[in-house]
Design a protein around this ligand. Sequence first.
Ligand SMILES: Cc1cc2nc3c(=O)[nH]c(=O)nc-3n(C[C@H](O)[C@H](O)[C@H](O)COP(=O)(O)O)c2cc1C
Length: 174
Amino acid sequence: MILIISCSHHPDSRSRVLAHAAKEALLAAGEKVDFFDLREVDLPLCDGHSTYEHPSVIEAQERVKKAKGILLAVPIYNYAVNAVTKNFIEHSGKSFQGKPVGLLAAAGGKGSYMALLPFAGSLMIDFHCYVLPQFVYATSDQMNETAVTDAELQERIDKLAADISWLAEAVERK
Ligand SMILES: Cc1cc2nc3c(=O)[nH]c(=O)nc-3n(C[C@H](O)[C@H](O)[C@H](O)COP(=O)(O)O)c2cc1C
């Protein structure tokens, strides 16, 4: 089972469109999917102490633990992943230990394409995640409010979906 985490709180989020496109690609390939939309969860802000006992945090950790691979669909804010994504990892990072991870990002412009690197590095160094080296980075002109409209972007999403399935199988067999 691949867990897709949609990390935007925006009602018309573009990274959520990417997340849904990845879900469709995985389902079409016969993969089981758990879709976790952080807009619908009442996660507290991590205080590094008592918030780990919050029921939503425990649920988040359990869903990550059950997944053999994870796709994170994130918004780019201030040349980095948004605070919602960071807060999620602060709460559930230990559950990512050794897991394959793929990244999809929605950005306002083309210039923030390096923004995912520090985040990918933190997943590798802190939690020994196998992060797929090819990210999906998209701007809003490549989709509308409900669907991807750019054929090349769709191809990249399909490839990321195929790659996370393949890597998850490989890591599980290891
Ligand atoms: C506070 C804030 C900061 C942003 N910073 C950047 C940025 O550094 N680089 C960029 O390309 N886009 C930036 N954007 C644009 C967002 O990446 C864009 O709106 C994207 O669609 C957000 O993802 P979402 O629609 O899934 O929420 C920013 C948007 C906001 C609201």
